[in-house]
Design a protein around this ligand. Sequence first.
Ligand SMILES: [Fe+2]
Ligand SMILES: [Fe+2]
Length: 217
Amino acid sequence: MTGYKGVIDHAEPDYTTGQRTLIARLEADLKVQLAHKQHRLAHSLSVASCAEGLALLYGVDPYEARLAGILHDWEKALDGEKIISRSRELGIDMGVDLELVAPLLHGIVAARELPARYPEVPPAVWHAVEVHTTAAAQMSPLDMVLFVADGIEPLRPKTPGIEASRALVGEVSLEDLFWESFVGGIIYVLKGSRYLWPGTIDTYNRLAASRNRAGAR
Ligand SMILES: [Fe+2]
Ligand SMILES: [Fe+2]
């Protein structure tokens, strides 16, 4: 399997019956959770498939990638004010007024709330869900797979930035693919005159330092 097309068109791995059962259950539950947001539902299932394909390409567990994709936007069911009040109830501290970072909160809330409902989902999946909006200084391969799949899944429009990332699939390492996606996300925020969370700048500096130490381009 090579390239973006191979990632999109991949065959489903040979999952166990237990794995298939949980995938089907989570997909069914997500359809209820996002019943009023069909676009978000389609995006989530598309990310799940894209993440599974990227995982197969880059030697990451495709089952965990598939689960992370299904679950990552679960809390998008809550609109702006509700995700903020839920975050306050959970004591989530972003170091700034939560009103400023509302788009970042749904992954963190999901990672806090859903493990109790789905204890059979591996902890690594919840970490990937938690950092899919913010990234983090320490990104596991699974974290990177979900982050990238969220940005390049096939239902996303063919913007120059997204097309550039898609063209890199299979051509560069997972670390470099993630870096392009992460930096592209920051540029999107800057060009749109949107609020840039200071935590993102800190993460950028930490990741850039470790890339420079590793001798990456
Ligand atoms: Fe998201
Ligand atoms: Fe998403």
